[in-house]
Design a protein around this ligand. Structure first.
Ligand code: COA
Length: 316
């Protein structure tokens, strides 16, 4: 696999921590010190589909391709206004692609899993050019009366176009079934047969400290394992492009791996936690700012609800 183009799209509305004090008892100081987040982008008159389309078009253009050149679209998305069809189907039609497409729902680690699936499609020759997209609106999973979760998230979309190449060097995916630490329950239509209390919808539930602990320990251990298994050291890696959940989680992983600040770029301070979109948003930002060069070794690593982790080692 080789990345040949990236693109991203963010909502235009910038929401500061101070703006959130209008909705609940919180403060800029609390949010900054606990999370490192200063602002986030939240959708107003845009839809998630708008962002997904723009991010996809940007990535396809950066790759020097047309939508009809794509052989597959794989989209990471936790949730959106539609249960079906999948978001990738809507994007496919809107951008003028004709290839098959599907969504994966693996929460914040979704983009890394989608890239790993893309790699296997390329290796087996099932596809030549794949759009790997992540589009997320986690601000709409929170109950906007709950300060514990609502301050953490932002919306966004980003994509990478990949083709066959020799830049993929390995991946490690893990799932430790621990479904109570971070979950949301969908609203389904009641049937006349259901027993009351069995099916309950609920906005996001998060045991913050447990998620924090699992994120730092699991992600650090998985990256370490991946690097060792491929004969690399932390110092060989130009960038660790981590899921942007919380600055303290990122710093915790950096500390464990004994990496430098330069190796751990961040966008969480600007965009908050954009779920699976955070990794490709950061990747696209590094590309657009000319901070990453062809051949640079990168690790992309995501973690989240499941509890699931995914880490991918490749050259840009
Ligand atoms: N503003 C002000 N106070 C808040 C608050 C907010 N937005 N959210 C929670 N609090 C309060 C709580 O009510 C609690 O008050 P109490 O002590 O009176 O009961 C207190 O702050 C909790 O503080 P603390 O225990 O110091 O929080 P923390 O250091 O664990 O930080 C998180 C909380 C959520 C920031 C942290 O646990 C975290 O980042 N977890 C991981 C979350 C995450 O990344 N999820 C997505 C993973 S993909």
């Amino acid at each position: 696999m080789k990345i040949i183009g990236t693109g991203s799209a963010l909502p235009k509305k910038v929401v500061t921590n101070d703006m959130l004090t209008e909705f609940f008892d919180t403060s800029d100081e609390w949010i900054r010190t606990r999370t490192g987040i200063e602002t986030r982008r939240i959708m107003t008159d845009e839809s998630l589909l708008d962002l997904a389309i723009t991010a996809s078009r940007n990535a396809i253009e950066a790759a020097g391709l047309k939508a009809e050149d794509l052989d597959y679209i794989i989209c990471s998305n936790v949730n959106n206004n539609y249960v079906y069809p999948s978001l990738s189907c809507m994007v496919q039609g809107a951008i003028g692609a004709t290839c098959p497409c599907f969504d994966v729902r693996i929460a914040c680690a979704g983009f890394v899993y989608a890239m790993d699936i893309a790699e296997s499609f390329l290796t087996t020759g099932r596809a030549g050019k794949i759009l790997v997209l992540a589009a997320e609106e986690p601000t709409r999973f929170c109950h906007w009366k709950q300060r514990e979760t609502s301050v953490l998230f932002g919306d966004g979309a980003a994509a990478a176009v990949v083709e066959a190449g020799n830049e993929y060097m390995g991946a490690r995916m893990t799932t430790i079934s621990n479904t109570e630490v971070l979950y949301q329950r969908n609203r389904l239509e009641p049937t006349p047969f259901e027993v009351e209390g069995v099916y309950v919808d609920h906005p996001m539930v998060m045991l913050g400290r447990e998620v924090f602990r699992m994120a730092v320990s699991n992600c650090s251990a998985e990256i370490n394992h991946l690097l060792k298994s491929k004969g690399y050291q932390v110092s060989d890696v130009k960038y660790f492009i981590l899921h942007q959940a919380n600055m303290r989680i990122i710093k915790g992983i950096q500390q464990y791996l004994e990496g430098t600040d330069e190796q751990f770029p961040t966008t969480v301070q600007k965009y908050g936690n954009t779920s699976s979109a955070s990794i490709p948003i950061l990747l696209d930002e590094l590309v657009r700012d000319n901070k990453i060069a062809r051949g640079d070794l990168i690790v992309m690593s995501g973690f989240g609800s499941g509890f699931t982790t995914g880490s991918l080692l490749m050259k840009y």
